[in-house]
Design a protein around this ligand. Sequence first.
Ligand SMILES: Cc1cc2nc3c(=O)[nH]c(=O)nc-3n(C[C@H](O)[C@H](O)[C@H](O)COP(=O)(O)OP(=O)(O)OC[C@H]3O[C@@H](n4cnc5c(N)ncnc54)[C@H](O)[C@@H]3O)c2cc1C
Length: 271
Amino acid sequence: MNSPSLASRTRPASVVERVRHPFRARHVKLLEREQSSPGFVRLTLGGPELEGFVSAGFDDHVKLILPQTGREQPALPVLVNGRPTFVEEEPRPTLRDYTPLHYDAGKQTLTVDFALHDAGPATEWALLAPLGQWVGLAGPRGSLVIDSGLRWHWLFGDETAMPAIERRLAELPAGSHALVRVQLRNPADQRAWSSAAQLDCAWVDSLTEAVQTLELPSGEGYVWAAGEHSSMAELRRLLLAKGASPKHMRVASYWKLGTADHHEELGETPA
Ligand SMILES: Cc1cc2nc3c(=O)[nH]c(=O)nc-3n(C[C@H](O)[C@H](O)[C@H](O)COP(=O)(O)OP(=O)(O)OC[C@H]3O[C@@H](n4cnc5c(N)ncnc54)[C@H](O)[C@@H]3O)c2cc1C
């Protein structure tokens, strides 16, 4: 399903490899909106500036730069001393992190899935923005390429992790084992995922309760998880107590109850 520039094409030299990408910020147009299930809106963004878009890791993210009042196109950041910076003397636009789900190099389009929630600028934009509106995208700046040739893969998360999990399942090879547990608010948001890997997927009410019943497989594997901050912190403690290696585990907080625009890595994954 993923185009070559979205997939991890080669086996990395180590279990985890960090890949840096040249900084790019671009303007793209909102081309299509599809309400894929009650809790999700799938947007297609596109335009010639997507040329050369690269996303080498399934959990990469782009910064979505939301439209600004009074401007046809939002301001874009430029690199100043190695840091993306807004140099124009105007209020900084609103930025949020999203997973590039599918890049079509031929059509120069990028698909992004938005998990809808009560209120937030990105959610409102995803639901209500008129087709044809310009938005900005920055990144991905880097990718964490996790060897897909490992024997087993555990993937955990809530709705916000589903795009990354969907990408991972599309790239895992036959002969590997993928165990997926997704905590969903609404069972109607379940997806019929398939994978070349042997797949054990369950939709659960509580990730921590689900993980408590699991035993770590033998052999080399990797644990990946993303979701709400406190839930991920608890999950990480539980996984470590079960004997998961912190070197072969990435747990990320994709949002935090009561906080806007939150992103945090819980624990370090060495390169
Ligand atoms: C690396 C990365 C990749 C991500 N990929 C995706 C993706 O592909 N799809 C996706 O939908 N999300 C993704 N997220 C999560 C998304 O960035 C956040 O949910 C973001 O905060 C939403 O922005 P907002 O403007 O709607 O809400 P904000 O203005 O950020 O927050 C407003 C309020 O809503 C709450 N809130 C934020 N997100 C949620 C939520 N999901 N459920 C319930 N309450 C929430 C906040 O706690 C806050 O109180 C990703 C996050 C990261 C860090």
